[in-house]
Design a protein around this ligand. Structure first.
Ligand code: GTP
Ligand code: ZN
Length: 201
């Protein structure tokens, strides 16, 4: 079941919800202790189904596509490019609970640069799936490494996990931080220190 990556069409009420999906959500509501037939919950299964299609629209969004329009470096700029504090939402694959945070994506150009919004698009294409934060971090870095062919990539992600706040260990305020460094940011300590200082997180 592929998702349409376009948020304008996914989850906007136009897509029919298969009856087995709505039935599954009714079962979950009943198992949670409520009555799916009561007035306020009658339309909830369809809403929830569409909401999940929207949360998971990344399955229909090819991250590499966003890096398919790259261009030769312009203006002699040969230093780090950083997109900082990119907000994102994802869902953990263990509990399907929200992961909410921000990402910092930096690269040291090789022969190519890319429109800066495309880095955020790559992030969202992977984040809008069921994830673990470590894999999300690696996937974003690897995709940029492979398709932009830079000298270095650094991806740092800081996020809170709903499965640790509203349930389970119930420890609000905890931030999980992950990083993935490739190329010069992995191999050269000075370059790594510089990019981490620029990210400043
Ligand atoms: N490493 C990592 N762990 C995650 C992520 N999201 C959720 N988790 C953890 O996944 C683990 C699943 O552990 P289980 O013991 O199988 O599940 P559980 O009994 O619900 O665990 P508790 O959350 O401790 O109640 C938990 O420790 C979660 O905190 C993530 O992105 N990365
Ligand atoms: Zn979880």
């Amino acid at each position: 079941m592929a998702c349409d990556p376009d948020a304008e069409t996914v989850g906007n009420g136009k897509e029919p919800v298969p009856s087995e999906v709505a039935d599954a959500i009714r079962t979950l509501i009943r198992w949670s202790g409520d009555m799916p037939e009561r007035e306020g919950l009658v339309e909830t299964p369809e809403r929830v189904a569409r909401a999940w299609r929207e949360y998971c629209r990344g399955y229909g969004d090819d991250p590499a596509y966003h890096l398919s329009r790259i261009f030769h470096e312009v203006g002699g700029y040969d230093d780090v490019v950083l997109l900082k504090d990119i907000p994102f939402q994802s869902h953990c694959e263990h509990h399907m609970a929200p992961i909410v945070g921000k990402a910092h994506i930096a690269y040291l150009p090789g022969d190519y640069v890319v429109g800066i919004s495309k880095l955020a698009r790559v992030l969202h294409a992977y984040a809008n799936r069921l994830q673990v934060q470590e894999r999300l971090t690696s996937e974003v870095a690897n995709c940029i490494w492979e398709h932009l062919k830079p000298q270095g990539v650094a991806v740092v992600i800081e996020a809170t996990h709903g499965c640790m706040t509203g349930r389970g260990v119930r420890t609000p305020g905890v931030i999980m931080k992950t990083s993935r460094m490739l190329g010069v940011f992995r191999d050269d300590e000075k370059s790594r220190e510089e990019v981490l200082k620029l990210i400043g997180s």
